[in-house]
Design a protein around this ligand. Structure first.
Ligand code: GLY
Ligand code: MN
Ligand code: MN
Length: 437
């Protein structure tokens, strides 16, 4: 991402915050995994969106109209020993030079400087209630200021969630963001193809996960966007199965939900395919139903449609199909009204996608479902999950879990499926897998 893109975002934020107010946003912290070992660092998406700065222990402050410049970055000072043990970090000079901060201060000075910066402002925008440490610090800085009231200092009297500004910005993807999302989508799509080709009975689920991650990294993308789900057979009915520890069996399906992250932008793809390379009759019928539901849902992704329309289209197709196959009994309309499909389809058909896999942005405005607009990216991911112990359905359906998930951009005249290069028709999947044997 070019420096100019971050600058444009900051300018937009400064304008929305308005002269006389101030905005704060803090970096992510490090998290301990176990004694002396940390989890890999992942920057806070809001913080990175505005700064491009990829270090912990930092606070960005935005003061519209400030004479010395409106963007102040508090970060770690450069430290030789730290550099030796932990590697490069920008330091104060780097923060100004490489990250375009108008001024940079040591993070150790934050408690001293923040009351000064807050003095005389009306409103503080920050991620209210998101980070207990920042909440406590903001209240403490305000208290310090109020204690100085007799010397003429005035403290802000309003705290406001910065998300209402920032998340609305993040919901609409720029050309530069879409470039990264397309790359994440392409690499992830290729990873799924490799996984289909590598799938064999007798291999462990985590060995198929390794094929995906190997491909992501070889293609230049360092991290996954979320823990991969590689779920053989009935494991697919556990929606957040990430153990990936079982052996794959002939006759089972394999559900893979995995995506790579490209410079903090996610892809999120699910495919379900037979371990043997050939669907059984029951698998084929349920799979085709989920695919029909996904096709119907994707057709609803267009400017002017409501957020909920793709979900409603999927529910309609799934319910009708479940009745036809004998898994539900009754009138389709009534079954939908009574949400009977939830026994087999218990999640929503999608979510916003961006820097976070479940990305930010309101789904409703004034209690009404949001209208889709060009530049928004969402997933479309219907599924069916028939519990292994479900006595209400014929035994042949039990323990089958299927989801098909693509990433879809709303365009001026409809949509573009960013992840379309992974096969998903029964014929395409069987042909690809048989070729690989
Ligand atoms: N991978 C999480 C999801 O599909 O929402
Ligand atoms: Mn997913
Ligand atoms: Mn998803």
């Amino acid at each position: 991402m070019k420096a100019n893109e971050f600058k444009k975002r900051r300018q937009q934020l400064l304008q929305s915050v308005g002269v006389g107010n101030i905005a704060l946003i803090s970096s992510a912290g490090m998290h301990t995994r176990n004694r002396d070992v940390d989890y890999p660092f992942r920057q806070d998406s809001d913080f990175y969106y505005l700064t491009g700065f990829n270090e912990p222990d930092a606070l960005a402050v935005f003061v519209p109209g400030r004479e010395e410049g409106g963007y102040i970055l508090f970060c770690r000072e450069f430290d030789e020993t730290k550099a030796l043990w932990e590697g490069a970090h920008a330091g104060l000079e780097g923060a100004a030079k490489h990250y375009a901060a108008d001024e940079a201060f040591s993070i150790n000075e934050v408690d001293e400087k923040l009351p000064e910066l807050l003095a005389g402002k009306r409103k503080v925008f920050y991620p209210l209630g998101h980070d207990a440490e920042l909440d406590a610090s903001v209240l403490d800085w305000l208290k310090q200021l109020r204690e100085k009231a007799r010397s003429g200092a005035t403290a802000p009297h309003e705290l406001s969630a910065i998300e209402q500004i920032l998340h609305e910005m993040r919901l609409f993807k720029s050309a530069a963001e879409l470039k990264l999302m397309r790359l994440a989508a392409d690499v992830s799509a290729q990873g799924h193809i490799k996984a289909m080709q590598a799938c064999r009975a007798g291999r462990y689920e985590y060995q198929i996960e390794a094929e995906l991650v190997y491909h992501f990294m070889q293609a230049g993308l360092r991290a996954v966007a979320y823990p991969s789900i590689v779920a053989g057979g009935k494991n697919a009915c556990t929606l957040h199965y990430t153990g990936n520890t079982d052996i794959l069996k002939d006759g089972d399906l394999l559900l893979i939900d995995a995506g790579a992250e490209c410079d903090h932008y996610a892809a999120d793809i699910t495919r379900t395919f037979p371990v043997s390379g050939t669907f059984s009759d029951a698998q084929r019928q349920l799979y085709q139903l989920v695919l029909d539901a996904q096709t119907a849902a994707i057709a609803q992704v267009k400017p002017g449609a409501d957020w909920i329309q793709p979900h409603e289209a999927a529910v309609e197709v799934l319910t009708r199909g479940l009745v036809k196959l004998g898994l539900l009994k009754g009138r389709v309309k009534k079954l939908i009204k009574d949400e009977k499909y939830k026994a087999f389809y218990m999640h929503r058909t999608g979510h916003w996608l961006g820097m976070d896999v479940h990305d930010v942005g309101d789904y409703k405005i004034n209690d009404e479902w949001r209208v889709l607009e060009p530049g928004m990216v969402l997933t479309v991911e219907p599924g069916l999950y028939i519990p292994a112990d479900c006595k209400k359905v014929d035994a042949k359906w039990r323990g089958i879990g299927i989801r098909i998930e693509d990433d879809v951009l709303v365009t001026e005249d409809g949509n573009e499926v960013l992840t379309r290069s992974v096969p998903k028709t029964i014929a395409e999947i069987e042909a690809l897998m048989q070729q690989a044997r």
